[in-house]
Design a protein around this ligand. Structure first.
Ligand SMILES: C[S@@+](CC[C@H](N)C(=O)[O-])C[C@H]1O[C@@H](n2cnc3c(N)ncnc32)[C@H](O)[C@@H]1O
Length: 280
């Protein structure tokens, strides 16, 4: 091969490699994620499935990305506002190599936030107090959204003759326990149990009474569905927690057999707030 051809070939190879290098040039990029103040030390942030370690009110995700090319990032924050509630918040952003972005996961997203509270049972005598407050009768269909082991369905039927009970819970394991309890109480024909997220419940028109023990975050999200779809005169009684900014019709404090005081709130569809007081 002629020397001039060899030089030309080397030149082509060199230019090709340089062009490839430019195309592959990477630049540092950062995503700064602001996490909620309440519970921020416990907040776990993942970007595209990988945990971004850190403390305080921000987490910083760093990456070297191909300059100018657009990339998608899925951000997932597991937030624990208290020791019984876990909220998973999702965000998706696009970022070009070399750019930085800020993401705020402190803001609630009612459409996509997943909220789960852990199981803590309501004592039997407090369920009875809730039924008394709701004035449960033989004509009532009673729902427990987040029914746990079904105590709030079994007691209204056994002690107050409620017509039917419907329970929904996200945790299949606790529903197994609920099924066992319903079977032991011989109430299989009167109690219906479903696995599901109560945030997917769209209509509560067939409920006469809804009993709840679900935390303030889930309550706030459920409130519009209950207000919009429950029939006039239907009652909701909640152990301890409220339903967003919906003022209860009545709030009472009862003393349990365990000597603790329990606050119970009742909303009657179509009625304004009437009183606040002690019932025991
Ligand atoms: C505090 S416990 C109350 C159990 C029962 N209602 C009682 O008072 O004894 C809350 C229950 O709600 C269930 N739960 C939590 N988040 C839920 C969700 N998003 N959808 C359905 N069930 C949920 C839990 O698995 C748990 O069994």
């Amino acid at each position: 091969m002629k020397i001039s051809t060899r030089i030309a070939l080397c030149l082509v190879l060199f230019l090709g490699l340089s062009a490839w290098n430019i195309a592959q040039e990477t630049s540092p990029s950062e995503i700064t994620i602001t996490v909620p103040e309440k519970g921020h030390s416990e907040t776990v942030v993942k970007v595209n499935g990988k945990e971004v370690k850190g403390e305080g009110d921000t987490r910083t995700f760093k990456a070297k990305l191909e300059k100018g090319k657009e990339f998608k990032f899925k951000i997932e924050a597991l937030i624990e506002p208290n020791n019984y509630t876990k909220i998973t918040r999702f965000k998706e952003i696009k970022l070009k190599g070399g750019d930085n972005a800020k993401v705020d996961v402190t803001v609630k997203n009612p459409k996509t936030d997943k909220i789960v509270v852990r199981w803590v049972p309501t004592p039997d005598d407090i369920v009875d107090e809730m039924c008394k407050l709701a004035k449960v009768t033989k004509n009532d269909v009673v729902y427990d959204l987040g029914c746990g082991d079904a105590v709030m369905l079994i007691r209204p039927i056994q002690k107050f003759n409620a017509k039917k009970g419907v329970g929904i819970d996200i945790d299949p394991k606790i529903l197994e326990k609920a099924k066992e309890n319903v079977k032991n109480a011989k109430l299989q024909d009167k109690i219906e149990l479903r696995v599901g997220d109560i945030l997917n419940v769209k209509d509560m028109a067939d409920a006469d009474v809804v009993l709840l023990y679900i935390g303030d975050d889930l309550g706030e999200r459920l409130s519009p569905v209950l207000q919009k779809t429950m029939k006039k005169g239907a009652r909701i009684v909640s152990h301890r927690f409220v339903l967003g900014d919906w003022t209860p019709t009545k709030t009472v404090t009862v003393k349990g057999a365990d000597t603790y005081e329990y606050e119970l709130h009742m909303w009657v569809l179509g009625e304004k707030k009437v009183e606040k007081g002690k019932s025991k």
